[in-house]
Design a protein around this ligand. Structure first.
Ligand SMILES: Nc1ncnc2c1ncn2[C@@H]1O[C@H](COP(=O)(O)OP(=O)(O)O)[C@@H](O)[C@H]1O
Ligand SMILES: [Mg+2]
Ligand SMILES: [Zn+2]
Length: 357
């Protein structure tokens, strides 16, 4: 049996691949704090996101690789260092914010805010530092869905302090307009307000800032999408053809602005009866998948229609934060991890940051 030495452990870990980014754990510099004490090996694997969907796979590979070395105990801890991705637009980055994920849809009512809230809450539950910016001036309902109200305070240096709920720092246009007052803002004004939220809100260090964009592709959305340094956009649609046709326009908007689209979420995919478990495809079938395939995009997830999602939204407890997560909550957690993984791949493929003048 080979000896249990640091060199032997490192050699063994060289045989374990990072399934998404490629390369092995050692040459990717992911193994930290390696220590050997008798027959006990301990180390930390530093991932590129705490919401890594492949933890179990990596752990199984690591344990299999170390088995021949005769360690009685392998103490494996997880760490994460989220990398910063550079948006393709020449916009100013926010100092502590590593990735901005924009959630968009062609029309309202398809679950864009629901996806935004659950994405943010799920990433936070996995240990990421997360912010959520409600930029939907037509229906700023993030505060209700997250169960947070109040007025943000000013910090000592006169910046805006975000409110916090479910581990997510949140800012909404709704915090700044009197309740019940209609919000009729023109495109440029909206863009200005959003830029102010990016600049003047004390976000601190964030791995991910999720932005719930207004639906559609009118002036307001366009100005907004142009004024935010988006690292990647997630498109939400229902399986219904009308929703798919609207989201195609949103895709076109992002393509014209060179905003990378991470992929598509099909929401309200099927209704799963809580009594008998039968699936009913209320909004038709496969629209999200067809749309993704037609445009060479990844279908990031399919979220079933689930009463607990709607109830959670109304009660301010996102599905992923509920005590008994149903099928939709599980799909939303998987979606969040998939999005995090794709952001990691994007950041890794960008290489050193170039300054464009
Ligand atoms: N998967 C789902 N299952 C059940 N209800 C949902 C689901 N997704 C969204 N809803 C509900 O549908 C309504 C519209 O969703 P919302 O996220 O506000 O859409 P949008 O932001 O696109 O206008 C909300 O009441 C929400 O709770
Ligand atoms: Mg909404
Ligand atoms: Zn039934």
């Amino acid at each position: 049996m080979p000896q249990l030495t640091e060199a032997a452990v490192v050699d063994a870990l060289r045989t374990v691949q990072e399934p998404e980014l490629g390369g092995d754990l050692v040459s990717r510099n992911m193994v930290k704090d390696l220590a050997i004490d008798g027959t006990r090996v301990s180390f930390t694997i530093e991932l590129t996101t705490p919401a890594c969907p492949l933890k179990d796979e990596i752990e199984a590979d690591v344990r299999a690789a170390l088995a021949p070395l005769g360690a009685e105990t392998v103490d494996l801890a997880w760490g994460a260092m989220v990398r910063r991705s550079t948006p393709s637009q020449p916009l100013q980055l926010i100092p502590g914010v590593k990735n901005i994920i924009a959630v968009a849809s062609g029309k309202g009512g398809v679950g864009k805010s629901t996806v935004s809230v659950n994405l943010a809450a799920a990433l936070a539950r996995d240990g990421a530092s997360v912010g959520l910016l409600d930029a939907d001036i037509t229906g700023p309902n993030i505060p209700m869905m997250l169960g947070v109200e109040g007025q943000p305070r000013a910090t000592a240096d006169n910046r805006i302090e975000p409110l916090e709920r479910h581990g997510v720092k949140v800012i909404s246009i709704a915090f700044f307009v009197p309740e019940g007052q209609p919000i009729v803002w023109r495109g440029p004004l909206v863009g200005g307000a959003i830029q102010q939220f990016l600049r003047d809100v004390d976000w601190g260090d964030l791995d991910y800032l999720v932005i719930d964009l207004p639906p559609g592709t009118s002036d307001a959305q366009l100005t907004l999408a142009q004024s935010v340094p988006i690292s990647g956009a997630v498109l939400v649609t229902t399986p219904q053809e009308v929703s798919v046709s609207d989201v195609t326009k949103a895709l076109g908007m992002f393509e014209r602005m060179s905003v990378p689209v991470i992929g598509v979420v099909e929401n309200m995919s099927a209704f799963i009866c809580p009594h008998c478990g039968e699936a009913t495809e209320i909004f038709g079938r496969g629209g999200g998948e067809r749309f993704a395939r037609a445009h060479g995009l990844e279908l990031l997830g399919q979220i079933p229609l689930d009463i607990t999602v709607r109830q959670g939204g109304d009660a301010g407890v996102p599905a992923v934060a509920q005590r008994e997560p149903g099928p939709a909550a599980e799909a939303l957690v998987r979606l969040a991890r998939t999005v995090a993984a794709r952001m990691s791949v994007r950041a890794a493929s960008e290489g050193p940051v170039l300054t464009v003048s």
